[in-house]
Design a protein around this ligand. Sequence first.
Ligand SMILES: [Zn+2]
Length: 465
Amino acid sequence: MRNRTTDDPSPADLVLTGGRIHTMDSAGGVAEAIAVRAGRIARVGTADEVAPLIGRRTRVVRLRGGSVLPGINDSHLHGVWLGTMWPHLLMDQLAGGDHHRQDGPPQARLETSADRRRAILRTAELLASLGITSYTEPGLGPGEDDGPSGCFGSAALGDYADLAREGLLTARVTALMLFGELDGASSLSGLTEGLRAFTPPADVPGRFRVAGVKIFADGIPPMRTAWTDEPYGDGTHGGLLVEGGDAGEREAALIAMIDAAHAAGHQIGVHATGSRTTRVVAEAFAAVLNRRPGNPGRHYVIHGDLLRAETLATMAAAGIGLNTQAEIAVTTEDMLTAALGPGVLPEAWPLRDALAAGVPLCLSSDAPVLTPDWRAGVAAAVTRRGLDGRVRGEAQRLTVAQALRAYTITPAWQDGAETWKGSLEPGKVADLCVLEADPLETEPAALPQVPVRLTMLNGRIVYEG
Ligand SMILES: [Zn+2]
């Protein structure tokens, strides 16, 4: 590849050499060595090109066939909740797998700042061991201040900001505010009053940022609570969670909520799963982006279980992202077809179609719904193989390279941060995930067994295996 250097010839703090450096740059370039200096990437190139930056005090790591990725970005992960649940996961209970994880007692409610900080730091340690250096905490706010778990209230935003300021947070965190209930009811007045009355903590530059608003539009297809064009077996179509007297009022309220959050300058992530909901949300995003281009947007559909081709086209044209979980696709497809029939399968988790249409695609764990292990997420996106060994949605399989972009540079876009993180290019922050093997040369099903050797955040090693 092209020799890309910065002018500064002074010695690097760290050089990783003799492996495969997957840069995730726009050309998808692969290099042999990378140098880190003062928290930034100093040089990326061949071993010979990087060698001049090795000084007497430079630590040199021989990769020996290993690889380097940009630090992984899990763009939808409930950090406080994960810290209280781990190693228990919700999906294990649903799928009946991993029985040893099911027998934990229900967690006590998080009451104090100390409780929440402990949960956040437990998550941070776990994520560092997985090579994850950024995540989005999708929904903390006044709507859940009295919630039963204490995991989603507004106080956690302050705890995150404190931990970031104290230098204790080993991942960069983007948060979305929640003015309704998690997976529950919300209203236009709740959102507009919340936006007026609630002041989130100030950004901690590069480390913690409250970027916008999370809205729950509908439920999920297996529960017949997703709002669909196609009828469920009992003839119903589900509906929106947003308050309103009838379906028309609820739709109008949802659109008005999107308009209000956009007008206030926020990024918006909307939980939307049914084919009707995803279309209404995509059209509302497109319309408000067109009407009020001052807000840079980067709005996105979360989950998007059912997405029609027209909806994907609307999203691509307006620059609306899709944030989804391939493991939910392979784990719940049978429940989806039980609820809506096999006729919906062509529009179920159409990840390859989304990329082909030009939709910015982010893959995420939704942990603790699923494991925060992104290697399992990549394997699911590439194989579409469930725990029972069956393949679901074969035509929507991604390549490993596509899946890795959905965990690195595209979520950096979602964070509004693609100019300074998400790829391995000189000048960008040194957030790295170092693996013992090359994921592009690994049998996809075996990806979860590739060990993480080292995790670096901003030039600092936060995990070493
Ligand atoms: Zn979630």
